[in-house]
Structures are given as structure tokens and as C-alpha cells.
Design a binder for this molecule. Sequence first.
Ligand SMILES: [Zn+2]
Length: 405
Amino acid sequence: MLKSNASPDTLDKRNVTRLRVLEHIRVRGPISRIDIAAALQTSPATVTAATANLISAGLIKEIEGDTNPKSTKRGRPRVLLQLDGTSHLIAGLKVARQHISVIVVDFEGSEVASHRHTLDNARMSPDEFVKVIRAVLEDTCKKINSSPDKLAGVSIGIAGLVDAERNFVHWSSSITERNIDFNDLLSTELPCPAFVENDANLVAKAEQLFGLGKGLKNFLVVTIEHGVGLGIVLDGELYRGERGCGAEFGHAKVQLDGALCQCGQRGCLEAYVGDYALIREMTVADQTKDMETVSNIQERARSGDQRAVSVLARAGQMFGLGISNLINLFDPECIIISAAHSSIDHLCSDEVMNRIRSGVVNVDAPLPEIKVHRWGDQIWAKGAAAYGIEQVSILKVKEFAANAA
Ligand SMILES: [Zn+2]
């Protein structure tokens, strides 16, 4: 059975409370009921009822903590609550241009298997796409002597404009057709619930659940790879926009009639900052140069190639301009620059920080913190798994409530 992505908006009040308690245990656990009640500003009885439901649903478990130093009953150990990691397996997939990376995690987010599948085609028809997803999941599950029907959910991250609430893809560079409703296609092909989401949103979700955004309410995640992505977390929730097309930071205009972007418009940020833009600039200057990676360009800049120095400097200035606009728009607690690779030094230099400072509207308060997170190759799949954990939590809480009714 497959359901479209669960939205907390459609939950009744008790389920919202259960999910808030579950989320607090994920972030702060192991934790006692009384501490949860204090943190969420609710009654101990409400927390006790919610945790009883979550234990019955198999999502959390009790463990014995240390002796409570404040307790008058000396020597009595405190009962703490933590996630039941063994309760569910969840797969996260990232569909990139040349490969699909997969990670299978337990309910606590610990990795139990991973897999990388090389794609024959960067762009696939919708039918081909879901068949490849199925085959990749089979291969990954085989590594742990399991099968896709044992998964509690699968989350699929792709670049492009995605309405995650409906598993609807307006446009993606990985799909040959526009406006595809993947709900029916995926439910026919897969034996478990599936959730499709924009890849930058998935990285924001990963930062929120087990990265630098843990415990923060308002933060932004900027992703750098082939293009430039943005995930917006406001008041603890991912903000997607009305049509699922929000947060297209890479296509924010930084230059009137500027460089041509892969989206077809001109002057977009990623036409100056994305990996492809840097490589294009260098190749235009000298087509004999072997400029396949940003690392190559950085290497040239270090050895004194003035063209490489100026291409990287311009990218840094455009990036700084874009980040200062984000601060002016959102005033976040923190901006996390998330990258899969290490070749973003030119975007974190003192010159870039100065550009950010000079672009932010003057107030007598420090800038939001800007943190750089170099994840390594699995950033996207981990993000997909994080989103999968959240969606499975919502489904399980809903199922529990329906069965109990
Ligand atoms: Zn663009």
C-alpha cells in the first residue's frame, strides 16, 4: 500500500502531539517524560498518553537511566525514553546525473547498507525511472539478506521542481517528461510507501535530523554541486512554497541579462556558482584545457593561472551577494553551506564573508552564523533517508491512531 507523502497539516491534534513528542525524543533522547513535558510546555499526563501510544506503535522504548539526583527516593533509577532503532528499515535514494546512491538506515538513522548504481542514461522516461528504482532497491536489500517489501518506506531525491505532498514532479533534469504524477507509478512498482522530494530539501532534512541544524528552529541550507540548491526550515518545518516550487535559490537573478543558466534564463546565481558554470567559463577561455572538475580549477588558481583566479573570485562574489540576500529575506539563526565535495574553499573565503557583510542590511547585531558542512558523497542519500524517517513516523502514528479508533 502506498500513500502520498504525509503532511502534518492533515493530522488531528493528538497525532500532532505524538509527533512532537517523538521528534523531541529523536533530538534530545534519551529523555524522561517529565523533561519532555517541561520542554514542550504541556502536561505530564499528555506526555504519558502520547509515549504510551508511541511505545505500542513500536517507535520508542523505555530504558533505565542514571539515578535521578533530584529524587527524594534515593537510588531509584529514572526511566528514560529513546527511539527504537530496530523498529523500521528505511531507504533513501538520490538520483544524480550519472548514478543513483542508496542508503538503508534503521529508525535512529544508523546506516545498515549502502549501494551505488551507475546509470546508463542521465534522463529516463517515468516508467524506466520507477523500474530502475525497484532494481536498485532489490540490489541494496540483497546486501543485508532482505527485500524491498521489508522496508517501511523509501524516499527518493531528485533535482527539480517537486510537489512532495503529492509525489508530483513538475520538472526534473532526470526525467524526459514534465508534470508526472509518480504516486500511481511507484505504488504499482514498489511494495512499500514511497516519497519523492527535491534533493536540496532532503539535505535540509538531514541537517535538521542529524546534522548541524539539530535543535534549530529557523535555518537555511545551501547546497553546492552541479547546481545550487536551497532548503528552508522555518519554525522547525521545511518550507516548500505553494506549488512545491519554492526555494529556487540557484535561479535567483544576480545579474541583469547575465550568463545563460541551464534553466534557459539568464543571470541566475548558479550560472556563476554551479560546478558546470565554472567548468564552462574555463573551457570557453581555452578549449585545450582539461577542465573537468572544480578541483582542477582550484589547482590552477593556486599555481597562478589568472583566468582560474578570476573565475573563482567572481563565483565567490556572486555567492556572497546571494547569501546576503538570503539573510535580508529570512534573518535565520544559521545558514549551513552543505557540499558533497571539498572544493568549495573559494565560497568560504574572507572576501566572500566581507561581501556578505557588506550586502546585509545594517543592524546593531551580529550576522547569523554561517557554517560549512562537507558531507562527502553520501550527503544526498542520507538526506533522503532522513526525510523517509520523518514520513514513516507520520504514517505509523496515523496507522496507530486508525487501528486504535
Ligand atoms: Zn536558472
